[in-house]
Ligand binder design. Structure first.
Ligand SMILES: NC(=O)c1ccc[n+]([C@@H]2O[C@H](COP(=O)([O-])OP(=O)(O)OC[C@H]3O[C@@H](n4cnc5c(N)ncnc54)[C@H](OP(=O)(O)O)[C@@H]3O)[C@@H](O)[C@H]2O)c1
Length: 268
């Protein structure tokens, strides 16, 4: 399927690894120019090198922390400078926080709110004037299945995911008249560094019987137990949905949170 985005300009935050990298690669494969953003410059440059391996790929990089107040304007400014416009924004940077209300700290809440929710609000606000000028825009916000089906073991992440879904719907109604469609993806368990670093330790604490398993085997076991399709998802599977939502082939889906969880309503 031709997504009709050749020549469009995209920003993907958190694009040096995992789902964000796969989204950037998918958009490039469809002829978009992509600004990839993440904090660690060395890892970002390595990712960009790999992405540039795709024939004709137009990639720019910016090392930035989306949680910083000034970052949104700087990131959007870089897209205009590098590619002369902005049509697609994929708000993907972030991670999970495992724990309930009683074992999450003020710092956890502040940090997670900054990187997941506040950064999205700022990025959307900075990006939308350029999409309005172009008369066409697509925004995809990475959320969690827990924004729809909350799991108290992931309190902070899931409260913020519900807020992201609400932001998505509200903003979609505000900008539909401008040709801008805004959607979220309610992601289930997808095997990335995020899962290994932030989820596996919590699963191990709760499940002593997993102590001899490798991290990959822990993910496989927990996914087989909780996911109807019997496995964790892949970054490529989420990227395919993000690419469709970012494309000209999507003209009628907006304000939605697409459930992409292999049928699961929880992943821990
Ligand atoms: N994997 C899952 O099962 C799952 C489930 C539900 C939701 N999600 C959401 O999907 C998104 C992608 O997750 P993933 O699993 O692909 O994570 P990942 O593999 O850990 O990759 C995260 C990416 O975001 C970047 N990043 C993190 N914090 C950042 C910040 N403050 N500013 C800029 N870049 C930042 C990281 O690079 P640097 O560290 O160098 O900045 C990296 O490129 C996240 O928002 C996550 O919450 C994932």
């Amino acid at each position: 399927m031709d997504l009709g985005i050749a020549g469009r300009v995209a920003i993907v935050t958190g694009a040096s690894a995992g789902i964000g990298y796969a989204v950037a690669d998918e958009l490039l494969a469809n002829g978009a120019s992509v600004l990839v953003v993440a904090r660690n410059e060395a890892r970002l440059n390595q990712a960009a090198e790999k992405l540039l391996g795709r024939k004709g790929a137009k990639v720019a990089t910016l090392a930035a922390d989306v949680a910083k107040p000034e970052s949104a304007e700087i990131i959007v400014g870089k897209s205009i400078e590098a590619f002369g416009g902005l049509h697609i924004l994929v708000n993907n940077a972030g991670r999970a926080h495992a724990g309930g209300l009683m074992n999450s700290s003020e710092e956890d809440w502040e940090e997670m709110t900054g990187v997941k929710l506040t950064s999205m609000r700022r990025m959307c606000k900075a990006a939308i004037p350029h999409m309005q000028k172009a008369g066409w825009g697509r925004i995809v916000n990475m959320s969690s299945i827990g924004g729809i089906y909350p799991n108290p073991k992931l309190f902070v992440s899931h409260v913020l995911s519900a807020a992201i879904n609400n932001l998505t719907k509200s903003l979609a109604m505000e900008v539909a008249k401008d040709g801008i469609l805004v959607n979220a993806i309610g992601i289930g368990a997808v095997a990335t560094d995020n899962w290994t670093n932030n989820m596996v330790p919590a699963v191990r604490r709760a499940r002593q019987e997993f102590s001899t398993l490798s991290d990959d085997d822990v993910i496989a076991r927990i996914s087989a137990e909780l996911t109807p399709v019997g496995r964790a998802g892949t970054a490529r599977e989420i990227a395919a949905i993000a690419a469709f939502l970012s494309s000209d082939r999507n003209g009628f889906v907006t304000g939605d949170t697409i459930e992409a969880s292999g049928g699961a309503d929880r992943f821990m």
